[in-house]
Design a protein around this ligand. Structure first.
Ligand code: UDX
Length: 455
């Protein structure tokens, strides 16, 4: 089987590498020449556990190639994935520029029956637009190749993407009705057979339902998080413990335990963008999506909660205060800084006159990039930010430790050393890493999210 994957970002690269690992002949395309050259040398532009080795092996076995040439990649391949970015536009809608460009290039190139698969997260109705673009190109070329546009959304979590790909909860295939849809289904079934052979995990549906399924999944996850964040804020005021509440409700099988962790609000490249795009779809069709609106508003508020705890304790003017920050990436096991809560917290601490020393186990380069970008308008603030080589180095002489990402390495610190390194035993934990009673016993003043009563 031979496939092409257009877009070698996070989703495209993981998809291409995993299929190659399963024995498929894969060519990944990207318009960025520098990136393609680096990938050809085996340099992976993102931090994703296991991906390096997988790409290296697949390239060595000649099952995975990288190119900037879409025409060369698509020619002779019966399945072409579109896995390009769909960033938020100014108005919150998904920017489909890259998707439609890919469709155009596909239409200019295909030379036989082709299944074009939307892997990118795209608003309902995009497959129809992709279909129209390809059909127009074929018409202009004066050729009549049959093709199908299918929807096959990804459900990969950064940091666990390979496992999610290789052991999917489900494979969603949205296909058009009729003969061509069945032909496409047979090809995609073959492609996914190694992942679905032992358990039937494929869910077949119409294309629009598949497109909406992706948004529904991310919106449900975001809703659970915002719901728990609001209850955590309430728990802080009424003197309850959100972790006990989580266990209390998670034990109900209808609810379950996952994705109920209160914290700094959801971030990353998907949840915020997809919620905005779903809201935009509601607006476009004139359908009220009140729950989804509230989820985003709650998340915007949640970003501020830890900072409010800091200023309530230390004052609005933080001049002369020195903070150690543990964790900068939006979540553990990734170096992704997109919509990372650390970007808000760092800016606000610096704005109030503080000095900040930050550390992250994987995201130092990305963090440097992000902060230089964010603070380009405020060089004086940037001068008060330092990134250190280790968690210990960040602590030296700090007035307080602020925890922003729940990396495993931060879960069991030596509390004695931690206390000794800080000028005062003060911890603000946006990820609820430690039991409050333990922190109290260790002599810390511990502020977490929904765990300790008001600051
Ligand atoms: C998400 C979806 O999980 C995945 O299925 C989809 O394909 C892409 O978007 P990802 O962005 O990698 O994946 O991160 P995820 O693990 O979902 O976390 C998203 C955000 O929610 C993070 O900021 C995380 O810190 C936060 N989160 C997650 C919570 O605050 N509480 C939780 O209980 C879980």
């Amino acid at each position: 089987m031979k496939i092409a994957v257009i877009g070698s970002g996070y989703v495209g690269l993981v998809t291409g590498a995993c299929f190659a690992d399963l024995g498929v002949d894969v060519v990944c395309v990207d318009s960025n020449t520098d990136k393609v050259q680096r990938l050809q040398r085996g340099e992976i532009p993102i931090y994703e556990p296991g991906l390096n080795t997988m790409v290296e092996q697949a390239v060595a076995n000649e099952r995975l190639q990288f190119t900037t040439d879409i025409a060369q990649a698509v020619a002779g391949r019966s399945i072409v994935f579109i896995a390009v970015g769909t960033p938020s536009s100014e108005d919150g809608s998904a920017d489909l520029g890259h998707v439609l460009q890919a469709a155009q290039a596909i239409g200019q190139t295909i030379d036989g029956f082709t299944v074009v698969v939307d892997k990118s997260t795209v608003p309902v109705g995009t497959a129809d637009r992709v279909h129209a673009v390809i059909a127009r190109q074929l018409q202009e070329r004066g050729v009549q190749h049959a093709f199908v546009v299918a929807s096959n959304p990804e459900f990969l979590k950064e940091g666990a993407a390979i496992d999610d790909f290789m052991r999917p909860d489900r494979v969603v295939l949205g296909l058009p009705p009729g003969e061509l849809g069945l032909k496409a289904r047979a090809l995609l079934d073959d492609l996914y057979a190694p992942l679905t052979r032992n358990h039937q995990r494929t869910l077949y549906m119409d294309v629009r339902s598949a497109e909406l399924t992706k948004y529904a999944a991310n919106a449900m996850l975001a809703t659970r998080i915002s719901f728990m964040n609001e209850l955590a804020n309430l728990a802080d005021v009424v003197g309850a413990d959100i972790e006990s509440v989580r266990q209390g409700i998670g034990s109900d099988r209808r609810i379950g335990y996952d994705f109920l962790y209160a914290g700094l609000g959801y971030g990353g490249s998907c949840l915020p963008k997809d919620i905005r795009a779903l809201r935009d779809t509601g607006r476009q069709y004139g359908v009220r999506l009140g729950v989804i609106d509230a989820v985003e508003e709650a998340n915007a508020h949640q970003k501020k909660v830890l900072l409010q705890k800091i200023t309530t304790r230390l004052g609005e003017d933080l001049t002369g205060c020195h903070f150690a920050l543990w964790g900068l990436a939006f979540k553990p096991n990734t170096d992704d800084m997109r919509d990372a809560p650390s970007r808000y917290v760092v800016r606000e601490l610096l704005r109030r006159g503080a000095t900040v020393c930050g550390y992250d186990p994987a995201a130092m380069a990305e963090a440097h990039h992000a902060f230089v970008h964010d603070l380009a308008d405020q060089p004086d603030w940037l001068a008060r930010l330092r990134l250190t080589e280790s968690a210990d180095a960040a602590l030296a002489g700090a007035d307080a430790l602020v925890i922003l990402t729940e990396w495993k390495a931060f879960r069991t610190p030596h509390f004695g050393k931690l206390r000794a390194a800080l000028r005062q035993p003060l911890v603000f934990d946006g990820r609820n890493l430690y039991p409050p009673h333990r922190m109290q016993a260790e002599g810390f003043e511990y502020h977490a999210i929904g765990r300790c009563g008001p600051a």
